[in-house]
Design a protein around this ligand. Structure first.
Ligand code: BGC
Length: 462
């Protein structure tokens, strides 16, 4: 093995940063997709002359496709491997975005968004799994944080492209142009190594050691890690059976599902899909709405750096506490200001600032950390299944939030809707205290041992 591995040992750090950087581009596609539709909606509506219900379907078809893609991705990434699944997702993404740009009818657009969603579903399942499997423990959190950074960059880019193209009203370009980063992603994937864990799972230990050696720069360490993985794999991947038979695995699957429900019900995507509408509700005209929306995208990117810097220093739980508290405060004040009527410029400004505080609270905590935790808490032999369940939940909950926001605004009112989301964030603080484990610096193998020994969820990281 050494003969093959030696030439690649030279710069393990570069190898790992490149690997994770490229895989994290999957996050970019995720973000582009979330961000791009908010600015395009009104022009699509005009060209096709459709009502709100059809628009809701055009928006949500992507989330539906993503939920289906995430479910199938568990099987795909086990059968094809992590890398080939990412390649498939990239190809579907390019096809889906070109179809969106060329859609000849609302129905065609819905189908195209569904294809795009399938791509995102597969990518959002496979990329964090891949990252968790190639990054060494000490930087695992930060590497997965990079994935979230790419999501936020994608959203920002989409907001900016929408703003730039909104003067011409060319929604076809808005939706079609994201095929370019999709194609780059596809090209960037080719030099990536396959996940060493997957290779060991398929009985290809020698290849796994070559990859590990390239990533860690140390042949002895590579051999040790491959041995550890092998030892864990004596029982093969059988997620569904494990789920039926093993109570401890059901606990970790339940935790992953709960974590993603928490992430989505912070209310983040209410802002991502409907920011211009929210700023309109605060009394701002179109120009200001678009500027503030771009600002939302920017704050979302910047605050993600805070998470990346802190995640392997402070640990997961303190950051989540700070994040949920910040989000509850931001949304609570927005709700209170709306309730009071936003009578002055000062109050309007404060409402915008508090919405940005909410975004910052999310981006520095639940945004990246929930994905990190979801990939860390599953035992290896059920990891694919466990992450498929939590990623599916992310999209299903995302769709629920997206489909109910306007009805909530019309039904219970603006102030009450924001108040409701603020209250949910308080509840998530309590959930974090009681159910979420601290996983900083703990090996995946140890987390698994603790889980399977029946320790309470919040202690499986000790
Ligand atoms: C969430 C997305 C959200 C994005 C915002 C991600 O972690 O899963 O639903 O749109 O963060 O930055």
């Amino acid at each position: 093995m050494n003969a093959i591995a030696q030439p690649l040992v030279a710069r393990p750090r570069t190898a790992i940063v490149l690997t994770c950087g490229l895989a994290a581009l999957a996050g970019l596609m995720f973000g582009l997709d979330i961000g791009v539709i908010s600015g395009a909606q009104q022009f699509i509506q005009k060209e096709f002359g459709v009502g709100d219900r059809t628009i809701e379907w055009i928006v949500s078809a992507m989330m539906l496709g993503a939920a289906i893609g995430a479910l199938g991705a568990g099987w795909l990434s086990a059968a094809l491997g992590r890398k080939r699944s990412l390649v498939l997702a990239g190809a579907l993404f390019v096809a889906g975005s070109l179809l969106c740009g060329g859609a000849w009818s609302p129905a065609a657009l819905i189908v195209a968004r569904l294809v795009l969603g399938l791509a995102i579903g597969v990518a959002t399942f496979t990329a964090p799994l891949y990252l968790a499997e190639v990054a060494p423990e000490r930087i695992r959190g930060a590497m997965i944080g990079m994935y979230q950074l790419m999501i936020t960059l994608g959203i920002l880019l989409a907001f900016l492209a929408d703003t730039a193209l909104s003067a011409s009203g060319n929604w076809r370009w808005m939706l079609g142009v994201i095929a370019i980063p999709g194609a780059l992603f596809l090209l960037g994937l080719f030099p990536l190594p396959e996940s060493p864990r997957w290779l060991v799972m398929r009985g290809r230990r020698a290849e796994a050691e070559v990859v590990l050696c390239r990533l860690r720069g140390d042949a002895a360490q590579a051999s040790r890690e491959a041995g550890e993985i092998k030892a864990q794999l004596r029982t093969p991947q059988r997620g569904w059976h494990l789920f039926l038979e093993n109570r401890d695995f059901r606990r970790s699957v339940g935790l992953g599902v709960l974590l993603q429900v928490m992430q989505q019900f912070t209310g983040i995507n209410v802002v991502m899909y409907y920011a211009p509408r929210i700023f309109q509700g605060m009394g701002y005209a179109t120009g200001a709405q678009m500027k503030f929306t771009a600002l939302v995208g920017l704050v979302n990117v910047l605050a993600t750096f805070v998470a990346i810097a802190l995640v392997d220093r402070w640990g997961r739980k303190p950051i989540l506490y700070a994040g949920f508290a910040t989000m509850a405060t931001g949304l609570g004040i927005v709700g209170a200001l709306m309730h009071a009527g936003l009578a002055t410029h000062g109050e309007q400004w404060l409402a915008v600032a508090m919405l940005l505080v909410f975004i910052a609270g999310f981006a520095m905590s639940a945004g990246p950390l929930i994905w990190t935790l979801c990939s860390e808490v599953q035992p290896l032999k059920g990891r694919d299944f466990g992450i498929a369940c939590s990623t599916f939940t992310n999209w299903a909950a995302n769709m629920l939030v997206g489909l109910t926001f306007l009805s909530l605004l019309n039904g219970i009112g603006q102030a009450e809707t924001f108040g409701l989301y603020a209250a949910l964030n308080v509840l998530f603080l309590v959930f974090t205290r009681w159910l979420v484990p601290e996983t900083r610096g703990v090996s995946l193998e140890r987390i698994e041992r603790n889980l399977m020994a029946g320790k309470p969820l919040r202690r499986i990281g000790r």
